[in-house]
Design a protein around this ligand. Structure first.
Ligand SMILES: Cc1cc2nc3c(=O)[nH]c(=O)nc-3n(C[C@H](O)[C@H](O)[C@H](O)COP(=O)(O)OP(=O)(O)OC[C@H]3O[C@@H](n4cnc5c(N)ncnc54)[C@H](O)[C@@H]3O)c2cc1C
Length: 390
């Protein structure tokens, strides 16, 4: 049996950040990872370039049953802090859009950064470990794997969420939390394409068509690209609203977000012989314009259409309702919403109040960011916070 000051389960974004911090503070840290190498999700992130943070990070850009929980960690470890680390490691980066920062080179550089920071803290990283029994007695945690038995006064759950199981993601965090009597907010796929059925199925013929829209679901509204797929709807605007979408909800799409109120009536006055199809084709991809026009059923010159019909069409184009019948699930979800309930944790240290010495960080916790670097920022910030407390 080997003794450490802290055992961290999971060598992903949050686990490695936490390990590096605690190690550099002089703690003896063991990280146990079941995959054969660390940071696999980081490697595939941001299309291989890792969107490692977002400069517009703010607590309102995260979903949680307790919207206040993320505030403390996010304010103490900011995007600028991570950016400073990136620059210290000589990693070239750029802002792509909407505050999203990416590596110029490869996501591998972020994994190497984390490994170098762990090495600077003398962290012991053990990959390919199947975690067996986890016991807790007399204020100490004992973790048994096939190859070793380790014990420590602190245990950190950093095994992430179950999205993309084919690269080793599991729901282990929830199982372990429940074993310690902690609650789990129902996990659900988020940042995920939505699927269409019924009348909406007709839109599948538009597979491959993309356009900038405002997508709305409940209180959420995102102006970004939407993409029609052979199964339904995708693209950044849809991924964003998917995190807010619950079964039965309607997603409304404004296909002409720049059109001013009354634009169709004005078009009729300006060009009475023009057609709705022609106007839509000038503003949208042809296939989409035709599909929308066919569904509105308004053909012929605008002069022949009543003002009421045109007003109706305008309203329909500004809030075209879709009723997804589901999502593409954990297999395609970029993150998992829900997770270990924050109710029983300190927002400053990430420690469970009822189980001293037990911590949970990263995606395993019920904190989910928007698309665009927010989820890594939560992993860094929560990992950093726990790393200061271990
Ligand atoms: C395709 C894709 C692209 C993404 N792109 C971005 C992006 O560009 N920007 C962004 O902010 N977010 C992105 N994300 C989300 C981001 O990757 C995660 O939110 C982030 O990695 C969470 O960090 P984590 O440390 O909590 O979990 P992870 O990074 O998933 O790490 C968890 C670790 O625990 C290990 N593990 C799991 N179960 C066990 C077990 N039973 N025993 C031992 N180890 C276990 C896993 O193998 C993994 O190494 C993306 C996600 C996906 C799937």
């Amino acid at each position: 049996m080997t003794s450490y000051d802290a055992i961290i389960l999971g060598a992903g974004a949050a686990g490695m950040m936490c390990a590096a911090q605690a190690g550099q503070r002089g703690r003896r840290v063991l990280v146990l990872e079941h995959a054969d190498k660390p940071g696999r999700k980081i490697l595939i992130s941001g299309g291989g370039r890792c969107n490692f943070t977002n400069i517009h990070t703010a607590p309102e850009r995260f979903l949680s049953a307790n919207p206040h929980f993320a505030k403390s960690a996010l304010s103490r470890y900011t995007p600028q802090d991570f950016l400073a680390l990136v620059e210290r490691h000589g990693i070239a980066w750029h802002e792509k859009t909407l505050g999203q920062l990416f590596c110029d080179g490869s996501a591998r550089q972020i994994v190497d950064l984390l490994l170098a920071e762990c090495a600077a803290g003398d962290v012991t990283l053990s990959c390919g470990q199947t975690i067996g029994p986890v016991e807790h007695a007399d204020g100490r945690f004992t973790v048994t794997t096939e190859g070793q038995v380790a014990e420590a006064p602190s245990l950190v759950i950093a095994t992430g969420g179950p999205s993309i199981p084919k690269i080793g993601a599991t729901a282990y965090a929830y199982e372990l939390a429940r074993r310690f009597g902690l609650k789990v907010v129902e996990p659900r796929p988020a940042l995920v394409p939505l699927t269409l059925s019924g009348e909406d199925v007709l839109f599948r013929e538009l597979s491959g068509v993309a356009t900038e829209v405002v997508a709305r679901c409940g209180p959420a509204a995102f102006r970004e690209a939407a993409l029609f797929t052979h199964r339904g709807l995708s693209g950044p605007a849809i991924l964003q609203v998917s995190s807010y979408w619950r079964r039965g909800d309607t997603v409304e799409i404004d296909f002409l977000p720049d059109a001013a109120a009354g634009w169709l009536l004005q078009a009729k006055q300006r060009n009475p012989r023009g057609t709705l199809r022609g106007i839509l084709r000038a503003a949208l991809p042809d296939r989409l314009a035709d599909a929308l026009c066919d569904r509105l059923g308004l053909d012929g010159p605008l002069a022949n259409l009543t003002d009421a019909a045109l007003q109706g069409a305008e309203a329909r184009l500004a809030a075209r309702p879709f009723r997804p019948n589901g999502s593409e699930g954990f297999a395609k979800a970029e993150v998992t919403a829900g997770g270990i309930s924050t109710a029983e944790f300190s927002s400053k240290t990430m420690e469970a109040r009822r189980v001293p010495g037990l911590y949970a960080i990263g995606e395993a916790v019920d904190v989910t960011g928007w698309l665009g670097g927010y989820n890594f920022q939560w992993a860094w910030a929560s990992g950093w916070a726990a790393g200061q407390a271990l």
